[in-house]
Design a protein around this ligand. Structure first.
Ligand SMILES: O=C(O)CCC(=O)C(=O)O
Length: 287
């Protein structure tokens, strides 16, 4: 275990390029446990196909692959597995978040991204702010690696420095109707990006405005990543996934805004216990 605080060089790299690879944040034993819990959730809870929609699919996949390509996904793994609750509060990781976000840090969400073997879903270039819009850039996405990544299984790729331009308009509909938000493939091709391969137990982090994507998994093994989103607690969410939902404070305190009420204890969503057909869930929700 080597991570304590980020070095000044790491912090400067993140602010300059909008991403950072941090090796060995999790031990081998922690990673093994998280991987085994993730496999259990893939079997018992996850959407077997949470693929993104849009015209980009025909650019990055031929007709045969496009038909077969899938993404296995679900949100908020910490609600289903205590090992993943420990993951989101891991002291090494939280120290890194404090170094980048300030003393008061809130967990926003976690999302599983598993690219199944051979035709595992590519991601077109996009900014995560298109899915959970925030007021400013004090939001870090963390990709926790359960597998080693490389070109063949679709490692994460970034457009360095792209976070500095702020939030860009995304394609969200076509003539056929709505599609998953993404940037135009001709202006933002996947190939014109920097690959960041990483090892099991590493994290690769990036700013909510950093443009990124990844290629197809062409190997015969799944590529398992989980995204953990953390924000400075004063960075107010404007729209999208998990808006209005309080998150766990992983460092410091929640400052009270003038007139701010306490959180409600009422649940406003329904969560039927049965029957629940996993594959009946809308694909777009899987972010
Ligand atoms: O899992 C991947 O390869 C892409 C991740 C991604 O685009 C995201 O987490 O926003």
């Amino acid at each position: 275990m080597t991570t304590t605080h980020l070095t000044p060089e790491q912090i400067a790299f993140y602010h300059e390029h909008g991403y950072l690879h941090i090796p060995r944040v999790f031990t081998q034993a922690e990673t093994d446990e998280l991987a085994s819990e993730l496999d259990w959730m893939m079997d018992k809870w996850a959407w077997p196909d949470a693929s993104w929609t849009g015209p980009w699919r025909k650019v990055y996949m031929n007709a045969d692959v496009e038909k077969k390509s899938k993404l296995v996904g679900m949100h908020d793994l910490q609600f289903y597995s205590s090992a993943w609750s420990r993951c989101v509060t891991n002291p090494n990781l939280v120290r890194c978040m404090v170094d980048l976000l300030g003393a008061n840090v809130e967990l926003h969400h976690t999302t599983m991204h598993v690219k199944p073997p051979e035709t595992g879903h590519p991601f077109p270039m996009h900014q995560d702010n298109a899915f959970y819009e925030h007021t400013d850039g004090r939001y870090v996405d963390v990709l926790m690696h359960l597998d080693n990544t490389r070109h063949e299984n679709g490692e994460i790729r970034f457009l360095p420095g792209s976070h500095k331009a702020g939030y860009l308009p995304h394609i969200t509909k076509t003539a056929d109707g709505p599609c998953t938000p993404h940037l135009p493939t001709d202006k933002y091709p996947l190939d014109a990006t920097v690959p960041v391969p990483a090892s099991r137990g590493d994290v690769v982090i990036f700013n909510i405005f950093t443009i990124h994507g990844s290629h197809l998994n062409q190997t015969n093994e799944a590529r398992r990543l989980v995204r953990l989103g953390y924000r400075n607690v004063d960075n107010v969410q404007v729209g999208g996934q998990s808006k209005g939902r309080p998150g766990l404070m992983v460092a410091g305190r929640r400052n009270r805004r003038p007139g701010q009420d306490l959180f409600t204890t009422e649940i406003s969503i329904t969560n039927p216990v049965a029957p629940l057909k996993k594959d009946a869930e809308p694909a777009l929700a899987a972010r």
